[in-house]
Each structure stands twice: as C-alpha cells, then as structure tokens.
Ligand binder design. Structure first.
Ligand SMILES: NC(=O)c1ccc[n+]([C@@H]2O[C@H](COP(=O)([O-])OP(=O)(O)OC[C@H]3O[C@@H](n4cnc5c(N)ncnc54)[C@H](O)[C@@H]3O)[C@@H](O)[C@H]2O)c1
Length: 308
C-alpha cells in the first residue's frame, strides 16, 4: 500500500485558542489528535463519558503510533496527548472558539446537536461539521446563527490524509470561512472548497466508486480480493474499495449513499442490497471487527488490525 504523504502541523491560528470535538468515533478521535498535535487544547465529547474516554485514549494511541513510525517525536506526541481532555456532555462548548461535530451521518442527530451547541457556545465561536455528505444549509436550517456554521470535511485516517474539504452554507460568513481555512491549513492540510451540494466533491466520487465495486461483487464479476487488487494496482489507489469501505465504516458508507440518492434521485447512487444487508447484520467494517474483511481485535484508535 502506498503511504499517503505525511501532514505537517504548522501550529495554532490566532483567534482559535480551544477546540471542542463532538463525537469521539473514528473521525472525532483523529481530528482531536491532529488539533492537539498543532498545539490546541482539545475537549472531546460523546453520548456517554466512557465513549469520550475511549475516544481520547484512541487519539493518544494514534499520537503514540505516529511517533513510533517517526512521523513526529515522542515528546510531541506526549505534549499533544496532554492537551486532550475527555468531557461529559456539551458544556465544553462554552470555552471553545471552534466546535467540530463528528457525530453519525444523520441529519436529525446533527440538527439536534447544533441546536444545543449554538445555545451553549460563545457567539464568536465557529461551528463546523465533519459531515461527508449532508448539505450545510440543511444541517443549519433551524439555527439562528447559521452564518457561523460551515463544513470542514476531514479524511480518514485524519493524521495521514492531507485534504480538508471546506463547504460554505448559504449564509456562512466570509470571515468564518477564512478562519476555518487558516485553522485547517495550520494543521498541515490542503483545503479545497466545494459548493453546498450533497456529497460535495469527494463523497460523490466515493459513492459511485464504492457502489460499482459492490455491484460487481454481487453479480460475480470478480472476487473481493481481485476487485480490491484491480483498483489498487490498476489505478494506483492506496487501497481497494472494500478495504476503503471497511475503513470508512459500512454504516457511514450506506448513510452517505442514501443522502446522495435522496439529493439527486440518480440510480447510480442507490445503495446496493449487499451493503444494506451487511449493515443490518452489524458488519460495519473495522470498527465492528468485520465488514468485507475480518479484523482481529486491535488497540483502540490504532485502525491497524490486519484484514483477512
Ligand atoms: N469514517 C470516515 O471515513 C469518515 C470520513 C470523513 C467524514 N466522516 C463523517 O464524520 C462523521 C463521523 O463519522 P465516524 O466515521 O467518525 O463515525 P463513528 O460511528 O466512528 O463515530 C461517531 C461517534 O459519534 C457518537 N455520537 C452519536 N451521537 C452523538 C451525539 N448526539 N453527541 C455526541 N456524539 C455522538 C457515537 O457514539 C460515536 O462515537 C460523520 O458525519 C461521517 O460522515 C466519516
């Protein structure tokens, strides 16, 4: 597998002193680790304290893993780990200059979260969502201050992927977008901007790529391993579509296909039955231990379990 180019943290951005990440799953822990590495104190919340604790521990494991691979020093990892704090509930929004939501890809969940975050956060705080596919204007529809809401779409694994997609909602203020861009660039990311349409640029591309692979598997065109090898070796993709789907999470992959289909009514985005039945059976990919591949138990946050 070709490793992605390492990202280089450039440091903190003026005006953003504290970051609050809501949702401590695959993405939340990666975003928290990346922000802490750049020097920000980061609070991390989930629906229950033990999930926030597990997310913070997963983020620290990611930082240790990067140090062990020589991507940054042990001291940098330890300093960043010390900046991470697992918290109960959403109260930490009151201290944050930037809130990044990384909860599941469900419109009602995100709307409810931002309604409360808007009430609790300072009026100057920026509200960002890591949604992969939901239009920002839909997430912010019931907010009074949707002008400070935008999409900051990080990629998985956050500490290795150099891209952030920035999406302005219909009313996002230019100074909010500019500060969020500087923040992402300060984490060492390259920022691309997309219009506020379902799936933006990258998730639209991913939806088609993945659905096509699942259809080929369903109809017996080739085996899982041969389809993955074909994408990897034929197109120089770092991983095949099934490896990627397992990394993303099949529940998230299904949710984004449903958003794309609802948004465009184009059959190319209609999720394949195999994907839907795997999610119904709890086969969510790496995070549940089985998806298109099986994964032996691995340390929290490592994401490195070997597939079979
Ligand atoms: N997985 C990916 O590859 C990927 C890549 C880019 C963007 N995203 C997006 O990032 C977001 C999170 O995805 P993920 O893969 O990290 O999901 P995940 O399932 O790994 O984690 C989501 C976390 O949010 C928590 N959560 C649920 N409801 C919550 C609430 N009301 N308040 C706080 N926390 C809550 C869950 O307990 C869980 O820990 C989604 O919008 C997804 O589309 C995912």
């Amino acid at each position: 597998m070709t490793p992605a180019p390492p990202t280089r943290s450039l440091g903190k951005v003026g005006g953003i002193d504290r970051v609050f990440v809501v949702g401590a799953g695959i993405m939340g822990r990666g975003i928290a680790a990346q922000a802490a590495l750049a020097g920000y104190p980061v609070d991390l919340a989930d629906v229950r304290r033990e999930l926030a604790d597990a997310g913070a521990e997963g983020a620290r494991a990611l930082l240790r893993d990067g140090a062990a691979r020589g991507r940054w020093t042990e001291a940098a990892a330890a300093d960043a780990a010390a900046r991470l704090r697992a918290v109960d509930g959403l109260g930490a929004a009151e201290e944050a200059d930037l809130v990044i939501e990384a909860a599941p890809e469900q419109l009602d969940v995100k709307r409810r979260l931002f309604a409360e975050l808007e009430r609790r956060a300072r009026t100057t705080a920026i509200l960002a969502t890591n949604t992969s596919s939901l239009p920002i204007r839909e997430i912010g529809r019931e907010l009074r201050s949707s002008d400070r809401l935008l999409g900051l779409h990080f990629f998985n694994p956050v500490l290795r992927m150099p891209l952030v997609e920035l999406i302005r909602g219909a009313s996002t203020r230019p100074d909010v977008a500019a500060a969020a861009r500087r923040f992402a660039e300060g984490l060492g990311k390259t920022v691309v901007e997309s219009n506020d349409t379902p799936g933006f640029v990258t998730t639209r591309a991913l939806g088609v790529l993945l659905n096509e692979a699942v259809e080929m598997l369903e109809s017996g065109v080739a085996t899982r391993d041969d389809i993955d090898a074909a994408y990897r070796l034929g197109f120089h993709h770092p991983m095949g579509p099934f490896e990627l789907a397992d990394l993303v999470g099949l529940d998230t992959a299904l949710a984004i296909l449903d958003v794309l289909y609802d948004g465009f009514h184009d059959p190319k985005y209609r999720a394949r039955p195999l994907l839907r039945s795997m999610v119904a059976a709890g086969k969510l990919g790496r995070k549940s231990g089985e998806g298109f591949y099986r994964y032996p138990a691995s340390p929290p946050g490592s994401g490195e379990g070997k597939a079979a």
